[in-house]
Write a protein that binds this ligand. Sequence first.
Ligand SMILES: [Zn+2]
Ligand SMILES: [Zn+2]
Length: 440
Amino acid sequence: MMDKIKNPRSVLHALEPIGLGTAEVESLLSYFCRLAVSHSTSTLSLSRAVARRFEHDVEEQFDWYHRQLSGMGEAALTWSGALSALTSVPRLDRLTFLPWKDVIAQNGLPILSNGQFCLQCLAEDQASGRTPYFRLAWESKLVSVCNKHRVRLTTHCPCCGKDKVRHAAALVVPGWCTRCGAFLGSETHDHLANIKPVELWRSRQIGALLAAQDQLGELPQRQHLIDVVRHIIEEMDGGQSARFAKRVGVAKATVHYWLQTDKTPTLEACLAMASQSGISLTQLLTGDLHDWKPPAEGQQLALALFKPEPRRRVPSRELDWGEIEHQLQRFLLLPTPISVREAARRLEVEPRQLYLNSNRTARQLGERYMAYRKRRRQANLNAAMPHLEAAGREVLSEGKALNLREMTARVPPQVLSSVQGLFDVLRDVQANIELSPNMR
Ligand SMILES: [Zn+2]
Ligand SMILES: [Zn+2]
């Protein structure tokens, strides 16, 4: 694996960003996590170090993962600049949405904070010997499916079933659950959720946009975008912006503001315009009208498939408990046990409903999972103990305190993140070393 470019003068390792110029380009958040791993430090300590150097007012207790490192705002600007300075890898803003800053409204790029991912992308990374990493496309709330694998992205660990398991932690190894330590990649798919054509189309458009951002000659400009919008309105609706607004599903006044003031459309509005006019999102945002023609009437009908629909309430579902029981029995036979919470998530019911209606099987599932967790925790701990004790003796013999910072500097992050209840374990390690002075 050629991960590091030789560059002895940079403060931090000059890691090569993954997937530049493709729809699968890495996010800055992912890059930052890999950087911490590469330096055998926690994401928490690295974030504090970067913040101390480059942010003026750092609050005492800030959590780095609340910053939208890969978005389009201040945090993305500060952090891409800071990491470029420290790694000497130029233009790390290409791992964010910053190149589109002028053509997407400042609040018009919703970023998902829970951390979604494609199980199969991560599995493929690992199978092909590549470092698992997070794709920039996953940061956008408007991307809900993986275009490559045509599966729905998830925010839940396939093993413990918990949410926010990707990167919201002090210690992150991209690809491993921050809550239970399991690998987040998986080949199996129990629920092939029904994916709408518009979801696939959207993720393809945003993927193409991200692939293009590495090759932009100049940064896209708002005025070019507005010129294109005006041209499309002229060609498709005879210059009547009210008709066009209706066509793309936004308020009449909204289109008026784009054309007459300095308001910029949101990403969602740009997608709606692209979908109804047949221009690609990239062409729209880069102001490239070449080879665009207004769609003929028949084509317009087909485009209606991608029309943003008003949100409707989902009707409550009749649950087939016979079928659910059957699925639960299947889960009991999975080689890697799953939690009741994860089973409930896969079946789209609440865990308490499982306990109420399929009580016995749900309890069996729970017991099997707990036993598995316990076995795995013990096995991980046994594997980690020699590392922890060796590092612990070193730290104590240097007269330092046994804390997360000292340990991450000495113990591989994969080992450290596999240990549950690390702080209690460190206390035990310290007690053991102090009880056997001849070992020091
Ligand atoms: Zn995928
Ligand atoms: Zn987990």
